[in-house]
Design a protein around this ligand. Sequence first.
Ligand SMILES: [Zn+2]
Length: 385
Amino acid sequence: MNEKESALHSEATEKQGSNTRYSFNLHGSSSNVKSKLQQDREYFINTFTRFTLQNFIQNKLVERSVIPYNGNFSKCHRASIGSIISLVRNAETSRAYYNNVVTCANAMCCPVCSARIMGKRSTEIKKAVHQWLNEDLLNTCYMLTLTFAHGLQDRLADLLVAFKLALEAFWRNGSLKRLLATCGRVGRITATEIQYSQTNGYHPHQHILLFCRKTDFDLAALRGYWLRALETVGLSGLSDIALDLIEARSAENYLTKISSEMALGNLKQGRGSGHYSPMQLLAEAADGSGWATDRYIEFFRAVKGMHSLCWSRGLKAYFGIGNISDQEITDGAAQPELTKFLDMISDAFKFLSASEKALLRNYAAFDDFEHAAALLDRVGAEYWK
Ligand SMILES: [Zn+2]
């Protein structure tokens, strides 16, 4: 077993460990389901973390000349659009958002925008899975995971180019196409994720949700197709690790997998396991770690223009789901269910620190106008209900 293969083995073992930790049973009645109170408490704390991490990385990227001072990423939740900023809330879920502020809509890198985007995308995925499973008893979903061997010396940008080519070769494979045609496949949703490990470097992988009929897939054949695709682009992998396929008869199963990296509940976990999600890397960087800052910046540069979530052509239309862009989500155009909590003069935003923006948004989430008003009075901001 060469170095890369042994790295992949140890990674897979650790990943299997985390699978157990996050796994939901197929009927959705897992003991891992958090109470509303727990979820609210996490949301409250996470809001602070998100705004603090955002502020840190905006300053750092400008300081290192990675992004311009006046670009959307550095202006996200700092500059306004027009003279009035609104705080809006979802009364049903107790979540709040700023409208009429500049947003970067960077679903992979922005700690603030990614949460709002993921919230909306989760709803779309749940709707599709629910509809599909209820359409016919033979319908089901499979979660396909694709990865490959990599090492500490590999540059992320190079890995992503090779990974993309391997994926194209895989889906072009005639045998695979024929197999998918016979299992009634209507489409797939692809989530691309990247983790980092101090021993094995960047770990790009995809979790793909396949919408098809219950099928006895020949795993050995599927693995053969993927390994061959990897070989054509100079990559490699271990058969039983590079491709994994499990039935996923609930959206939670898939969502838990793909959103665990954006959820901030386990930010400190990276240090123990040596594996970091982008948000964990960012938290480490904000704590003063130089290597984590460099690795996050490499990640930021390499994923430019990439989409974290992709639906195959026609799949959204099949389920009657409209095509809304990430920007429309963060601009607030895609959530008509939100109601106004308060309006304030845009200039007021300049006087709020990152934690005050977080605190104010939390007051809005939990409908606490009294405390929100006290905070705005303290900074001398003009506002009204
Ligand atoms: Zn943003």
